[in-house]
Ligand binder design. Structure first.
Ligand code: 5BU
Length: 452
């Protein structure tokens, strides 16, 4: 047989342990992630593993063998085949009908069962499994484990009187991988910190610059926005939530030189007129080089959205460069937005929003896969290939008493790695809107540069 190290390196090639930054179920960040299930996909390795595990054990002590579900089931099966120890199967849930037994197979009271576990961390799943086996009158004296994560589980079980045999420990594994050049010194340091119970410091990943984003965001509107941002040294979008054409045009005139886009809610204007409102607005957009973003938040089936987009009073398709849309109606509902860029609403800024993590995850998948979508609105990081738009930005207040929740531009760039901040009342309600826009522009740009 090859050496234990050679054997481990063969196992490692199957991808059973990964290094990086992983958030565990508990929310703790771990520098490594272990999943031994791939071992069962290589019969030669599974057989070898079974023999390595059996070699460590006083086999005469056992009448039965049982794996902790599910990862250890194939391991226990392989060990049974190699040793002729009869296998019993422990269910995860009791059967809904019939015998409601938790243990399957042939056994009698008083037999001693060897327990097999793939990875031991806190020992919790073993502590759950053992009483269920003992309830059937079977004793457990020994547990054999493939990998000990060295987080206290082994000691807890030993203190309860069980003998715990482990094939590998995480420290041993790291030593072997370091010797083979698979791990850097920094990674080993982080793993040691983690095992010692210290908070692990991960290298901050550098955010991607607008120049680099030009290479990965190929939608024509994304390209335009990025080029404007670079040229104007601005990542500011002003939300022009005013109710008359005059206020809208006045605001656009003042903030135009400092912004990448002007965001409208065109349906709140009391005096909208395609010629009187949109034509001069388009002229200002050309004069000051900014885009028009209609924050329509479409949220209907494709056919209705198509009508809302091109018909009615506002004829959004005739003038908007980009629009916002919910993705709640599914992928196909976004097909109608041709000739514009779509920014998908992945998460809202308001208190009590229903856009929780699982919604965001599904919404992000649609946004990433739909060719009309180039960005997302969110209060969290999103994948690099989408541009991130963050509303709910205000330098001087944390809320508006109506559910809006504000963050600072610094938060948006350092914590969320946003690409564009959207500011409404912080600018159009300011005594001097131009001065306010300039101040947000400079703060936003400095925060962006600092985050690089
Ligand atoms: P404020 O005045 O800066 O609070 O305006 C924010 C704008 O952004 C306003 O037009 C909202 O409709 C818009 N917005 C938002 O505030 N939060 C969100 O999650 C989304 C849009 Br999506």
């Amino acid at each position: 047989m090859e050496t234990k190290k050679e054997f481990f390196l063969e196992c490692y090639k199957l991808g059973i342990i990964k290094f990086g930054k992983f958030t565990l179920k508990s929310g703790i960040e771990s520098p490594f992630y272990v999943d031994l299930r791939p071992l069962a996909s290589d019969p030669k390795i599974l057989k070898l593993l079974a023999n390595y595990l059996l070699e460590m054990l006083p086999l005469d002590n056992f009448d039965l063998i049982c794996g902790v579900p599910y990862a250890a089931l194939p391991m226990a099966t392989a060990m049974s085949l190699e040793s002729y120890l009869p296998l019993i199967i422990k269910r995860k849930e009791a059967k809904q009908y019939g015998t409601k037994k938790m243990l399957e197979g042939i056994y009698t009271k008083g037999q001693n069962c060897l327990l097999v576990e793939d990875v031991i961390t806190s020992g919790a799943s073993l502590l759950e499994t053992i009483p269920e086996i003992e309830k059937e009158g079977i004793t457990v004296s020994d547990i054999v484990v493939v990998l000990d994560r060295q987080q206290g589980g082994k000691e807890i079980l030993e203190n309860k009187g069980f003998r715990v045999h482990t094939l590998f420990t995480i420290s041993e594994v790291c030593k072997m991988l370091r010797e083979e050049g698979h791990l850097s010194l920094e990674e080993v340091g982080r793993i040691n910190d983690f095992l010692a119970g210290n908070v692990v410091k991960f290298e901050e990943e550098k955010r991607i610059s607008y120049e680099e984003k030009l290479n990965i965001c190929d939608h024509s509107v994304a390209q335009k926005m990025l080029k404007i941002a670079i040229e104007k040294k601005s990542n500011l979008i002003v939300s022009a939530d005013v109710t008359s054409t005059k206020e809208l045009l006045d605001l656009a005139e003042k903030v135009g030189p400092h912004i990448v886009a002007l965001k409208t809610h065109i349906d709140i204007l009391l005096d909208f007129d395609l010629d009187e409102t949109i034509l001069p607005l388009k002229d200002l957009a050309t004069k000051y080089n900014f885009l028009l973003m209609e924050d329509r938040k479409f949220a209907d089936i494709g056919n209705t959205q198509e009508l809302q987009f091109s018909y009615g009073t506002y004829k959004i398709s005739q003038w908007a460069d980009l629009v916002t849309a919910q993705v709640i109606a599914g992928y196909d509902s976004l097909d109608c937005f041709r000739n514009v860029g779509v920014v998908a609403i992945l998460e809202m800024s308001s208190k009590g929003t229903l856009t929780d993590a699982s919604y965001r995850e599904e919404a992000t998948k649609i946004a990433q896969s739909h060719p009309n979508v180039f960005g997302g609105v969110a209060q969290n990081k999103i994948p690099n290939e989408l541009l991130l738009f963050t509303p709910g930005i205000n330098q001087s207040t944390s809320g508006d008493g109506k559910g809006q929740q504000y963050n600072t531009p610094e938060h948006a760039f350092t914590q969320l790695e946003t690409d564009f901040i959207i500011v409404g009342r912080g600018i159009y309600k300011a005594i001097d809107a131009e001065k306010a826009a300039l101040s947000y522009k400079i703060t936003g740009w400095n925060a962006y540069e600092a985050s690089l």
